[in-house]
Design a protein around this ligand. Structure first.
Ligand SMILES: Cc1cc2nc3c(=O)[nH]c(=O)nc-3n(C[C@H](O)[C@H](O)[C@H](O)COP(=O)(O)OP(=O)(O)OC[C@H]3O[C@@H](n4cnc5c(N)ncnc54)[C@H](O)[C@@H]3O)c2cc1C
Length: 1033
């Protein structure tokens, strides 16, 4: 087919051509004129280094940022920051040392990203052998340019390495001139450096072409008269250069190179063999090149007369019996070609090692295009879609091959492929493991338990990815699927999943960065950790959503919790109907009514409510009495009794999110959203969370141990906590520093003879006074000089370790919260074994952050439960209490307060449930903003709702509450909040100059004034001035 026919044949082809022409013409109008050989007017080609000869530093930075959780674009912003006098440019001119640069640049990056940026790690990656490697396409181009007699130069903005050498990881022999900014003290875009380069080349600007990836550098060159090519994608830039010079810059056979010395094969023996195979008349010398691909089975381009072939052989030396089975490759390709799968046509299998030293097979050479970058740079979206559609089609074709008809029934084992694969991976991972990667450990446990129940058996390619496909150069057609080395019989999902990897990994992520024992081992380990975190995230989000049973569709109703224990008749039940289909059709729907929870969770919810009514609410007076008695610092036997009952009824450890405990090994396996509904019920009584072993700080500590603890740590601490036999505390806050920013904490943790020695002063440590408290989860600094978020570590400190001195219990608005209390504590020379560290030194900040997400949902939902109960009590009181001749409920302001409370509770609940839902489906990190919002909304809502309830619930007003709390049912469940509210009220109402502080005895008239003015202010703030007017009248 001629080119014109080709271009006329489809819209896609037109788009293809248009994109290419736009690309070329847009940059260099008239570039096509220079098509005669010898380079036309050009005599020299000048190359920039990073981004042209080497991978772009911007791209390396982008990948590194993703892997290190640094906000994207930080490095690039820092690179251009300060212009000429920024640290980067100064470094390029060698005006500052590497050390100073790293310090200054690191500080700049931290300022930009508002997080600590480990510059050393970026610098070592940038200068590592893996990254700083000349692009093959450029190597080829340079050798072709030089072969035509043109000069080449490298003009690089580079720097000195710490070893005193300049950074130039290139073969200098490729260039006639090398100009390095750090040696010259001048860098691009300063015109002097271009002039220097031209001078050394002995060329005029008009005789030279500069390839650079940065606009300002090109602009400066162009203003001197140098022809420029902007390099976004090296392959495209080389095509552009080819057009300018008028001769090809690629080897005649793409992706090949001269045969490596160590990979040479005997040409004579091969030539004789080929003549026999292809016919005696075959003449002409044998041409041999080696493909870049095919490291494990060396692959050669062979040309003899007009025959173009590919030879694939086993590598030399001793081999594992099942590896490098070229015989299998030959067999599968032959069978698949017959079944209509596009594969290169195989010609012969030679098992006689005497020909080229090992068995080999031959196939026809298939010219085509290999797309190496899965993001397909330079192509239009429609072209990218077409490429991937073609790829999917060919995969379907492979998976649809009839095994029997193709004679492949015995090509591999049938069944259980995924399970076998997982076991092989685990074995291989264990064999190369050097340190523990928590996400990998979780995957190793999770994967075998979550394999699809039904598995199919088809041909699987085993390494199905874009760069193993050969495409037609002009259309989105797969000409051949290459590299069948890993093919076998197995589950087709394996190919699909492997193929999707590219979608989830950051662009350019090296899938096979090297062996664990190689020089890049450290980076390999980091990449493995990155990938396992990604995989774990996928497993518990999308994987979990795919496999988890979704709740059945039913009409959506929420009966609002007018706390059912209320003895007053006539409690009203609000019903909100909505179109349930919308909520339930999508997976992972937000469930905002307990009635819509999945059946097993709904049943749990129901049993929890019944337990509260049967056991918890009736126990409150006794529990409150205990808390006020002299025995309050010993646990109440009633609580212990209720704990046993709850445990026996399976209402135990409900808090652990499914994400943390996917196998339900430790908890009830509820999602954050499901548990939120249950948590609201628990929030209706201050005593409930402990009874169900769901109370802070144990919940956060248990989650921490499940997520990050070693098996030994779990056995020692997690088990007793889960059983409710021990309690724990979390020690972070310090009196001398603002601890809302955990990076401020100062307590020191120092290594000494296999121990960590702790010294520090902590306060507000909830639960530390409880005699059952056996474990203190302690946060301190192991390295105050490390980057800001890597200074902290978390240690497990047994409470009986010498040196822990509790100074005093702190009170919250006068209450001690016995028996746990909130302690002020000194840690003096407290020694704990080194194995008590969680995850390792420097991981404390990250762990503390991870610990907070679910806990905030719990706090907020409990507050909502608390508010619901306050509102229920308020309504009951408003109905039964008569003032000024009628029940309070008939007062407009009271009704307005009730309505407002209802609205505010609903708003807050929706927001908290949304936050929990986002955590479940997108992860704690994605939910950060929602979590921040609920932290603001829920407590302030609760304080307003409870405050309104206080106003209505007492005959003589807030001031009296302080003196009569024991008589008030309301205060018996929310004392701390009411104390706080009253204090806040006295401080913040518009009448803060009111002469009646809370301590004074009530005086009806003045109190009324206080009360009324306060309500008025509240009402005005809420836009309820009409109601206020009404109330006044
Ligand atoms: C009842 C109770 C129990 C507690 N239990 C524990 C426990 O078990 N373990 C433990 O380690 N700690 C505990 N704490 C301490 C609590 O975690 C800290 O009080 C909290 O982290 C704040 O630290 P800080 O007191 O040092 O306040 P600071 O950091 O000094 O902050 C003071 C005020 O400034 C505000 N603030 C700070 N930064 C900002 C900002 N960027 N923008 C606006 N405002 C800001 C804060 O909100 C706060 O109102 C408890 C506290 C209480 C009251």
């Amino acid at each position: 087919m001629c080119l014109r026919q080709l271009l006329q044949s489809s819209q896609l082809q037109r788009a293809w051509r248009a994109a290419f022409l736009k690309h070329i013409q847009g940059r260099h109008p008239g570039a096509w004129r220079w098509t005669h050989s010898g380079g036309g007017p050009y005599r020299a080609v000048i190359f920039d280094m990073g981004g042209v000869l080497l991978p772009s530093p911007g791209r390396v930075a982008a990948e590194w940022e993703v892997q290190n959780h640094i906000p994207s674009g930080t490095i690039v912003k820092a690179l251009i920051s300060g212009g000429e006098n920024g640290p980067w440019m100064k470094f390029m001119r060698a005006e500052i040392t590497t050390e100073d640069f790293l310090q200054e640049f690191g500080r700049l990056c931290s300022e930009i990203s508002k997080t600590s940026v480990p510059m050393d790690s970026f610098f070592s990656l940038l200068t590592s052998e893996r990254v700083a490697k000349q692009l093959p396409v450029m190597t080829e181009a340079i050798s072709q340019i030089r072969a035509k007699g043109l000069q080449t130069a490298v003009l690089s903005n580079n720097f000195y390495l710490p070893n005193g050498k300049s950074f130039l990881p290139l073969d200098r022999k490729q260039f006639d001139v090398v100009v390095e900014s750090c040696l010259e003290g001048v860098c691009k875009p300063d015109p002097r450096i271009y002039k220097l380069c031209l001078e050394r080349l002995g060329r005029q600007p008009s005789e030279s072409i500069l390839l650079d990836d940065l606009g300002p550098n090109l602009k400066a060159a162009a203003s001197l008269g140098i022809h420029t090519i902007k390099v976004d994608d090296p392959e495209t830039a080389v095509k552009e250069l080819e057009t300018l010079l008028g001769f090809p810059l690629r080897m005649a056979v793409p992706n090949t190179r001269p045969v490596r010395k160590t990979m040479e094969i005997p040409k004579d023996a091969l030539e004789k063999y080929l003549r026999d195979l292809l016919g005696t008349q075959t003449i002409g010398p044998l041409e041999l090149l080696q493909f870049d691909h095919g490291q494990s089975n060396p692959t050669y381009y062979v040309k003899l007369a007009n025959h173009q072939l590919v030879l694939r052989k086993k590598p030399p030396g001793t081999l594992l019996p099942s590896a490098h089975a070229v015989e299998r490759e030959f067999r599968i390709m032959k069978a698949l070609a017959n079944a209509g799968v596009p594969v290169p046509k195989v010609l012969d299998l030679c098992e006689d090692s005497s020909v080229v030293g090992t068995p080999f097979y031959l196939m026809e050479y298939c010219p085509g295009l290999i797309y190496k970058d899965p993001s397909l740079p330079g192509l239009e979206p429609s072209q990218r879609r077409a490429i991937y559609t073609a790829m999917n089609r060919v995969l379907c074709k492979i998976h649809s091959v009839d095994l029997k008809a193709a004679g492949l029934e015995d090509y591999g084992k049938h069944g259980d492929y995924l399970a076998r694969q997982v076991q092989t991976w685990i074995k291989q991972y264990r064999a190369s493991e050097t340190s523990t990667i928590p996400a990998m450990e979780r995957l190793i446990e999770w994967l075998p338990l979550h394999l699809p129940r039904q598995q199919r058996t088809t041909v699987v390619h085993g390494d199905f990815r874009l760069d193993n496909l050969l495409f037609h150069p002009e259309t989105a057609e797969v000409l051949a699927v290459l590299d069948w080395e890993l093919s076998t019989l197995g589950d087709p999902l394996a190919d699909v999943a492997y193929n999707c990897l590219a979608h989830y990994l950051p662009s350019g992520f090296p899938i096979q960065p090297g062996q664990a024992s190689s020089a890049t081992a450290k980076q390999t380990g980091k990449l493995t950790e990155f990938m396992s975190n990604l995989a774990w995230d996928f497993a518990i989000k999308e994987g979990f959503q795919v496999f988890k049973e979704m709740p059945a569709t039913k009409p959506l109703m929420r009966s609002h919790h007018t706390w059912s224990l209320l003895r007053t008749p006539g409690t009203r039940s609000y019903v909100t109907s909505t179109d349930s289909s919308l909520v339930h059709t999508s997976k992972g729907a937000l469930i905002f009514s307990p009635e819509d929870l999945p059946p097993q969770v709904r049943e749990l919810y129901q049993r929890l409510k019944e337990f509260m009514e049967r056991h918890v609410y009736p126990a409150e007076p006794e529990l409150q009495r205990h808390q006020a008695s002299a025995e309050r610092w010993t646990p109440s036997p009633l609580v212990e009794d209720l704990k046993e009952k709850a445990k026996a009824e399976g209402l135990w450890n409900l808090f652990l999110p499914l994400e943390t405990d996917p196998e339900k090994k430790y908890g009830a396996g509820l999602t954050n959203m499901e548990y939120a509904h249950l948590c609201e019920v628990m929030g209706t009584s201050l005593y409930a969370p402990e009874i169900f072993n769901c109370s802070a700080p144990d919940t956060g500590n248990m989650e921490l141990l499940v997520r990050y603890g070693t098996e030994e740590q779990k056995a020692r601490w997690l088990v007793p906590l889960l059983e409710g036999k021990a309690r724990s505390c979390f020690a972070m806050t310090e009196p001398q520093v603002a601890s809302s920013d955990a990076t401020n904490i100062e307590s020191s943790i120092q290594e000494e003879d296999g121990f960590y020695v702790i010294n520090g002063h902590k306060w507000w440590i909830t639960g530390i006074l409880d005699p059952r408290c056996q474990l203190c989860v302690f946060m301190g600094k192991t390295d105050p000089h490390a980057p800001r978020h890597q200074q902290q570590s978390i240690l497990l400190v047994p409470m009986d370790t010498p040196g822990i001195k509790i100074i005093r219990p702190l009170t919250v608005y006068g209450l001690e919260d016995a028996p746990g209390g909130h302690g002020e504590v000194l840690f003096e020379q407290v020694r704990v074994p080194k194995e008590n560290i969680i995850l390792g030194p420097g991981r404390g900040f990250e762990i503390a952050q991870g610990r907070l997400g679910p806990g905030r949902i719990h706090h907020c939902m409990r507050l909502i439960g608390c508010s619901e109960r306050a509102l229920a009590l308020m309504k009951a009181r408003a109905k039964s209490r008569v003032a000024f001749g009628k029940p309070l409920v008939e007062q407009g302001t009271v009704l307005a307060d009730i309505a407002l409370s209802r609205v505010e509770i609903e708003q807050a609940r929706l927001l908290v449930l949304k936050a929990a839902h986002v955590m479940d489906v997108a992860g704690n990190k994605a939910a950060a903003l929602d979590i921040a919002m609920i932290k603001m909304v829920a407590p302030s809502m609760a304080s307003r709702v409870i405050d309104r309830a206080i106003q209505v619930s007492t005959d003589d007003g807030s001031l009296v509450l302080l003196n009569h709390s024991q008589d008030s049912e309301f205060l018996s469940f929310s004392c701390p909040t009411s104390y706080k509210l009253i204090t806040a009220l006295c401080c913040t109402t518009p009448i803060h100059d009111c002469p009646f502080p809370p301590q004074i005895q009530p005086y009806e008239g003045s109190y009324f004034c206080f009360h009324f003015e306060y309500m008025e202010a509240e009402a005005q703030e809420s836009g309820l001035s009409k109601v206020t007017q009404l109330a006044r009248s």
